[in-house]
Design a protein around this ligand. Structure first.
Ligand code: ATP
Ligand code: MG
Length: 415
């Protein structure tokens, strides 16, 4: 893509009402636009990143055999009344609305109930089990505080997966597979080294749930980490009894602030019983399905990568989710530079390389470098009078101070 054609503009100053670093950098670099508190639009660069994150998550969920679906945003209160989750006392983040005839509706904040109810039409025998479904979909939550940029939105993208098994053993098997899939996701997003599986409160069925927490000073959660074992415990369940049951040594646990990027829950029969999701076992007895649920905050992940991997000049995208892999900069007004840069751009495109071409006229080298650092594309290629004189192009990683001159052949080999 040619930068001269991109309608979004970078800005030097952060928006006055934005205190979160993720939103500040993403706004200045032209990835997102704030519509109101906790509500952000995605601009072309931001949409490219979001789609890449989605696809990594999609690949990992498909790998463990989950099937993608897409549930509706509009919610029928009758389904939620069956589990006592329609009232504002039970779920305090509902957005509710009404039909013209005054019938109440909700905007989906999660989807256990409608999915469980829907599956009563598709599930009958033990032979149908186990299986799981997931979706990548917008959730609506009336969050009281929305000051953390895209880390906590009132409208945000989530991957939510639900598993359906005949019994607890079969559930545990899938639960373990989901942990591996989650680890792979965070590894591929470049935050694997900062993200730890964390014991948290379990809710109704099991003693614990598991959260995936990324260590970061702006995180809202507090965790205690045993770095050697790679296991953390959320502050909400951190006590001597829990530590000894997990074989953890209090003196080795270090306190950190962290962002919850995902969580996995054993639900048991919490939803299948009230909603009548049953199957017939080998002896034709009707049993309730044993369920689990598995969330990842996709928008929150994008914000977390920005919080965790940026520097004082701007964002540093990992290659896997960068909007483009190469940022090609043409410096100066020389016709020769323009010609060389344009022909390199065409060559890279013909090789299927994702390249963002700063072909803007009347821009100083300093301004182009500053924008490039702010946007955070992993590799920068500079074409200038000087680079051409020295035999080619200057190639530099976003994380390196200095680049090196490479010829066109060398560049193609590296790519
Ligand atoms: P939190 O404690 O942060 O409010 P939660 O326990 O409400 O999270 P879930 O309902 O289990 O989270 O949602 C699954 C995942 O969706 C979370 O792990 C988080 O990554 C993400 N998420 C939750 N709420 C938001 C939000 N308001 N904005 C962006 N992402 C969110
Ligand atoms: Mg919440």
């Amino acid at each position: 893509m040619r930068q001269s054609k991109l309608f979004t503009k970078t800005r030097k100053e952060a928006p006055a009402d934005e205190i979160a670093k993720n939103a500040e950098l993403l706004t200045r670099a032209g990835f997102i636009n704030k519509q109101m508190a906790g509500v952000y639009a995605l601009l072309p660069l931001g949409l490219r990143v979001m789609k890449k994150i989605e696809n990594i998550i999609r690949e990992e969920m498909n790998t463990i055999g989950s099937q993608e679906i897409s549930m509706t945003t509009l919610q029928d209160p009758e389904v939620w009344k069956k589990t006592d989750r329609w009232s504002d006392e039970a779920v305090d983040v509902w957005f509710k609305t009404k039909l013209k005839n005054d019938t109440e509706l909700g905007l989906g904040c999660t989807h256990e109930e409608p999915i469980t109810k829907m599956l009563t039409e598709h599930l009958s025998s033990y032979r149908d089990l186990p299986f799981s479904v997931y979706q990548i979909q917008t959730k609506f939550r009336n969050e009281p505080r929305a000051k953390s940029g895209i880390l906590r939105g009132r409208e945000f993208l989530m991957k939510d997966m639900y598993s359906f098994c005949s019994d607890e053993d079969s559930h545990n098997e899938f639960y373990e597979k989901s942990k591996i899939a989650y680890k792979n996701v965070f590894q591929r997003l470049g935050i694997g080294h900062l993200t730890y599986i964390t014991f948290a409160s379990g809710g109704m069925f099991s003693k614990y749930s598991h959260e995936f927490q990324t260590i970061c000073p702006v995180g809202e959660d507090t965790i205690y980490l045993d770095e050697e074992k790679g296991i953390a415990v959320n502050k909400e369940v951190f006590d001597d009894e829990v530590l000894s049951s997990l074989g953890l040594d209090k003196s080795k646990m270090v306190e950190h602030k962290a962002i919850e990027v995902g969580n996995i829950f054993t639900l048991g029969k919490k939803y299948s019983e009230p909603l009548g999701l049953t199957f017939k076992n080998e002896s034709s007895e009707d049993l309730s399905v044993f369920m689990g649920c598995y969330g990842i905050g996709i928008g929150r992940l994008m914000g977390t990568v920005v919080e965790a991997l940026s520097d004082d000049k701007g964002i540093i995208w990992p290659e896997s989710i960068a909007p483009f892999k190469f940022h090609l900069l043409a410096l100066g007004e020389s016709e020769n530079v323009k010609k060389e840069a344009n022909s390199l751009y065409d060559l890279l495109l013909s090789k299927g390389v994702e390249v963002f071409f700063d072909d803007r006229e009347a821009m100083s080298a300093g301004e182009k470098f500053a924008d490039s650092d702010l946007i955070g594309i992993p590799y920068r290629i500079v074409v200038s009078e000087r680079s051409l004189k020295e035999g080619g192009f200057e190639l530099k990683k976003r994380t390196e101070e200095k680049g090196k001159i490479v010829s066109q052949e060398e560049l193609l080999k590296i790519i």
